[in-house]
Write a protein that binds this ligand. Sequence first.
Ligand SMILES: [Zn+2]
Length: 271
Amino acid sequence: MEGETTKTSKDSKLTSFNHLDPSRQSLHALRDRKRLSSGAMAGTTQVVKGLLQISLGGVNAFLIDDGELTLIDTGLPKSDDKIVAAIESTGKNVTDLKHIIVTHCHPDHAGSVAALKRRSGARVYMHPVDAAMVRKGESARPMSPSPGLLRGLMYRLFIPKTPQPIEPCAIDQEVNDGTELPIAGGLKAIHVPGQCAGQVALLWPRRRLLFVADACANMPTFGYALGYEDLEEGRKSLRKLAALDFDVAVFGHGSPIKSGAAQKFRQAFAS
Ligand SMILES: [Zn+2]
């Protein structure tokens, strides 16, 4: 499990690898050494200056350190310890977390928002359509698999057939299409319905970076997310993202694209 690499002490790390096969053990060890040597905690990677990607076992959360801390997405329920460990690995405390932006209501993104709000006292931001879901502890609407054999197969493997409840959470501020949050030099919300009706992507002009959320994914390859509530609506949202100006893209699922990202969006989705 990816999440087990987030243990910090050497002993607990060795123990946690006992059940893995030897080739996986050495792969994990190599990856950890690489990350630790660059100063980042295992399970976290620096995407650009002031931005950590936190791997939470299949889904990513993001931590912006701009003096004050901002978290984008919160992983599945019970991910709060891993996220707090990632915060502490930067030398800060959970109470330095001032803002939590949840991109949409799905359980792998909103699952730990209530726990993290409780532990940090941070202000929570969401689009009104999905804020209404999270306030009630609801996490999904009906979806259909994306086109293509591989995505269809992965959808059946990974997307739960019945919606998983999450702990309800108060949402402090609703963000709409075009809302500019005065966070980290400015974060602009872009409403991207389709995969999830109340989803927002976030444009961070200071770093020429787009937080894509699950509007599309870079897993298994760059393209559609595994499933959509409304694929046509999702395509429209992706054309909207393709018209924006950015170099770097980070995803809820998959690795970042570190350069030429807007061009890739245009090639894949502009028409
Ligand atoms: Zn997701």
